[in-house]
Design a binder for this molecule. Sequence first.
Ligand code: ADP
Length: 586
Amino acid sequence: MAESAKASRELGVLLRLVQLVRPYRGRFYLAALSLIFGSFVSLAYPQVARFAIDQGMKQGSTDALDRVMLWLCGIFALHAGFVWLRHYLMSWLGVRAVSDLRSLVFDRIMLLPVSWFHERRSGELVGRLASDVAILEEVIGSQLSMAVRNAVQLVGGIVLLFIVDWRLTLVMLAIVPPFMVGSVYFGGKLRKRSKAVQDRLADASGRVQEAIGAINTVQAFTREQAEAAAYRSDVEKAFDSTVNLIKWRASFMASVSVITYAALAVILLLGGRGVIEGRLSAGELTAFLIYTAMVASAFGTVASLYGSLAKAAGATERLYDVVDTVPEIRDPEVAKALPAGGGAVSFRDVHFRYASRTDDPVLAGVSLEMAPGEVVALVGPSGAGKTTIASLVPRFYDVQSGSVCIEGVDVRELRLSELRHAMAIVSQEPVLFSGSIRDNIAYSNPDLSTALIEQAAKDAHASGFIESFPDGYDTLVGERGVKLSGGQKQRIAIARALVADPRILILDEATSSLDAESEAAVQQALNVLMKGRTTLVIAHRLSTVQDADRICVISDGIVAEQGTHAELMAQSQIYRRLVEHQLIES
Ligand code: ADP
């Protein structure tokens, strides 16, 4: 019962794949037609054999035999045409559907909130998506059509068997129930084992991604061999799981073969008697035997493909889990328009905890009003919640109670695109994408004119070093391009923020310091960027807090104290302690 419920759920899941093929209906129908015609042609072979024996050999007529051979050649040619058409169209549809699915999954992933990514190991996610898609590619491209072709052959073969000799057919069909029970039994075993193989492979690819992403750390701690050994052990585990799967699959195939040959032997015995008694012609018996072999092999194929289809259902389910995830953070049903303004930001009694750590409230009533154009520095011990506060403004997370407002409108009432267009985030250890410097500066708007890109670079004090490169703005950065210094990357990131022209800025200051010259250049670039914009800066440097209009000391999940540098030095013990420790994270 549980098995059949599971099977029907799997079928439902697989039907969703059909939607992927819907845009290519014409090709699909043509493929289905050639598949069915091809199967009918296969089913005609035994009839030709019957004719050859009964009309040709038994009558001693070579003419009839020649005619049969001609017929056969025609059938072969026709069949070959159908095979080509079916194979081409089915594979085309498979690759097309899988390509669409890849893009669909990535489209959806891009919309998911950052918390979704924190809950998953990125390597495992990437590996799993890749392997799930590969499974589907195989299944949709070839196995699905094989299953349908064999199912047609199975049903057609049985019908023809009844026509040739219904009594013998009933005898033959007696083997079906044990066959079914065996298939369900093996199907369950195979499914469980193939899931284990997938899980082991996902573990291994998760490790690869993690080790490659952190290669510096791995090498710095001379853990290369340890990582390699751990990977080898993951691979071995995957190997063992696969061998286990292979063992069961081999046993399954052996059982299918025993049952098939036993059935053929019984039919030869009973059918042979029929021929001797004159109930059946030799040609009919031959046709019967060939149909039986066809039916048995079709049955075996369908049963073993059932395992693959179940695997595909699993892969589909996982992929559609991603596709169907409704992002918790999304546009409101009815969005308010963001009023014009200079970028007023307010936090009103904000309480927040991370979904992955619900027992540990991070913010416990943060209230903070930022006037347009004001520069507010957040300081506080490490883990106090400064980054969390900053990430509530672009709505990377939603508050549990209280509100975050921009120009007096709750961020949850704004369209995400409008909200995020109003701000830029400059992390001081910025990430540049592989591509040219030009692409990186114009990231928020790829259609930006060269003049504007160059102006932004000039304002960000970056034009000097960019123009000194032989390729200028077309210099490639990232893995296959030049290695930029920390200060240069920061200035490109500042230029990137400048072209977005936001009213609100969120700066996350690096804890590691640059050399004095770079630092001065970056500071000048920041001064240009901050001009006339509301700025929330997570500060780690004394110079930053001294320049800020207001400093908020974050402690115990609230704004514990606020004021200017001088006021806080006079009044706040926490602040004084932070300054004495050079605001460096404890
Ligand atoms: P700060 O920027 O002041 O150093 P954070 O805002 O980064 O502090 O972190 C505040 C608290 O929230 C810390 O205890 C930290 O461990 C926790 N935290 C930060 N990010 C996450 C996350 N994605 N999931 C769960 N807890 C988090």
